[in-house]
Design a protein around this ligand. Sequence first.
Ligand SMILES: Nc1ccn([C@H]2C[C@H](O)[C@@H](COP(=O)(O)OP(=O)(O)OP(=O)(O)O)O2)c(=O)n1
Length: 146
Amino acid sequence: MTGGNQEGDQSVSLDLLKQKMASFAKERDWDQFHSPRNLLLASLGFYMGSPFFHLAESNIRNCDVGEVGELSEIFQWKGEVPKGLPGWKEDEKVHLGEELSDVLLYLVRLSDICGIDLGKAALRKVELNAIKYPASKTNNGIAGSC
Ligand SMILES: Nc1ccn([C@H]2C[C@H](O)[C@@H](COP(=O)(O)OP(=O)(O)OP(=O)(O)O)O2)c(=O)n1
């Protein structure tokens, strides 16, 4: 595959997602709703009567659960889930991909609206994590412990 970062390519950049979300909002005149607070509530939830309305399935409804809540619902009551999700139906995996994407897309949009370069910030954080938790000093099998 050639060209890089178009639909169907193997890798998708945060920048492409940022541009797509910006176009999506602009085409619908939804920039007015994409404030930092609204985007945070849309991703995390904690609806408390915010004036954040959006169109969905031809209805106007409140933003309530939040995408992280919707993501959590998929795992709710399942107990520990083995890596690779053995036994999950294909449509369950597709649904999981959709909810993960909603969380990512709102974070990308929130970062953009706040003027944060999410890719650079995340890369810097990975480096900070490595300094905070040196591999040489980490106890085997105990996550987050040095
Ligand atoms: N004001 C809005 C509304 C939606 N979206 C985009 C970002 C998310 O990727 C997706 C969220 O849409 P819904 O709120 O309809 O959530 P779901 O797709 O999860 O639908 P449902 O909650 O019915 O399962 O659409 C957006 O950018 N701005």
